[in-house]
Design a protein around this ligand. Structure first.
Ligand SMILES: [Zn+2]
Length: 430
């Protein structure tokens, strides 16, 4: 592996296409050598393949890695090469046992560089104050990566973490941050509460939104994105990341899809049968993170569904852009021949006045799914179950049953079992 330090002074996305290809080709081959030499899992997986220098196009010929592989052979992925593991994080594994992702010291520097480049592209500036409203501990890596990114780009981190609305409001009033990093639904609630608390949040010019999409498939803002836009015009930028890929894709100032840092990841969109799909076509986000030491991955199928935004970005970067996450592969619904994700229903439910909460249940066999929407209404809400079904049909062209449930019952179902709200309940067989 190269030992050169990461520097966010130059954005390599701005290299010419040819220069970028040359650099990525070199990094891909270094990555493959590292996988073969240091990771028992890849040594075995790649044993039968010719050991030669590859061109970028050859990537599509290499085997993919699934969450299942990572779960079943977790320790065999670790390629520490005798180096101390600097940080361990856990993700939920497909076998039920948590999956370990190890990071070396250099991996943490790589994460810092990754987020620094992304934040600078979004418009955070050195010297600004950035409020972090996400968790920095609990064996998650994202918060730590954002923190390291803020510091690496020369800004000031305000680590208020997973704190109350009141606490964040107080910090915004007192410290006047120029930027915020957080979960968009939380930030919309925070923003809406600020006037009541007498807090002026006009210092905030940029927001990096994590964990939830703020755009639809056509790249327009979702109702949640619109709420943020009304509170902080032109501030919200989306970012996509996961602990496994150890890379984040943040929207540049154009706000039309997230760029992977040029020297940190190769991205493909794959069809269910493993074909590489062209820009614009929807499939599974598959990432080969480059320059990773401790837990290297090759063509990792994330389970997230999205697409590459067609055409070059007006910002001038030669890197691709990933669109909003439309859903999880496991949440894909097949209803009378049409493929749709729960988010398509949720973004309509968000806009119906009087609907205070909602969730979706699917039964059936995975080939013919039966979807029921459960909606909770505010007192005196001007809408019926039949009207909700009609509104959902007019936007998705799919007819689903809507049942009304008391708000308390919905809350219990959605927030009762997990730290994150759960709105999708899968009761399919097979
Ligand atoms: Zn761009």
């Amino acid at each position: 592996m190269t030992t050169a330090a990461f520097s966010c002074q130059t954005d390599l996305g701005m290299l010419s296409r040819d220069a970028l290809r040359a650099r990525q080709t070199r990094l891909l081959n270094e990555h493959l050598r590292h996988c073969r030499q240091q990771s028992p899992f890849y040594r075995k997986l790649l044993a039968g393949l010719p050991n030669r220098e590859l061109a970028l196009e050859d990537l599509a010929q290499l085997p993919t890695t699934s969450k299942q592989d990572l779960s079943l052979h977790n320790q065999d992925f670790i390629a520490a090469n005798g180096q101390p593991v600097a940080d361990l994080c856990f993700t939920s594994g497909t076998t039920g046992a948590p999956c370990q992702i190890a990071y070396s010291r250099r991996d943490l520097d790589r994460l810092a560089y990754n987020d620094a480049v992304g934040f600078l592209a979004a418009g955070f500036q050195p010297g600004q104050r950035i409020l972090l409203t996400c968790t920095l501990d609990r064996c998650f890596i994202a918060g730590l990566a954002y923190y390291r990114g803020v510091v690496a780009m020369g800004a000031t981190a305000i680590r208020n973490g997973l704190n109350t609305i009141e606490s964040h409001a107080q910090i915004i009033g007192a410290l006047r941050p120029e930027g915020i990093v957080g979960v968009p639904s939380f930030l919309a609630r925070l923003g809406a509460s600020l006037p009541e608390q007498g807090v002026d949040a006009s210092s905030v010019k940029k927001i990096v939104c994590i964990g939830e999409p703020i755009r639809r498939q056509n790249m327009s803002l979702t109702p949640l994105g619109q709420k943020l836009e009304a509170l902080w015009p032109e501030a919200a930028h989306s970012t996509y990341a996961s602990s496994e890929i150890a890379t984040s894709f943040t929207e540049c100032r154009e706000r039309q899809g997230g760029h992977p840092p040029a020297d940190l990841a190769l991205v493909e969109i794959l069809s269910p049968d493993g074909r590489v799909l062209p820009p614009g076509e929807i499939g599974e986000v598959t990432v080969t993170p480059l320059q990773v030491e401790a837990t290297p991955l090759l063509r990792f199928r994330t389970g997230d569904i999205s697409f590459l935004v067609p055409g070059p970005c007006p910002c001038g970067r030669a890197t691709p852009r990933i669109g909003p996450i439309l859903g999880r592969q496991a949440q894909m619904l097949k209803i009378r021949g049409t493929t749709i994700f729960p988010n398509a229903f949720f973004s309509v439910l968000e806009t119906i006045p009087g609907v205070v909460d909602y969730y979706l249940e699917v039964t059936g066999t995975c080939l013919a799914d039966d979807v029921t929407i459960f909606a909770a209404l505010a007192d005196g809400a001007p809408v019926t179950a039949k009207e909700i079904t009609e509104k959902l049909y007019s936007r998705t062209r799919i007819h689903v049953q809507t049942n009304l449930v008391p708000p308390e019952e919905a809350r219990q179902r959605i927030y009762g079992h997990s730290r994150k709200p759960v709105r999708f309940f899968d009761r399919r067989k097979g």
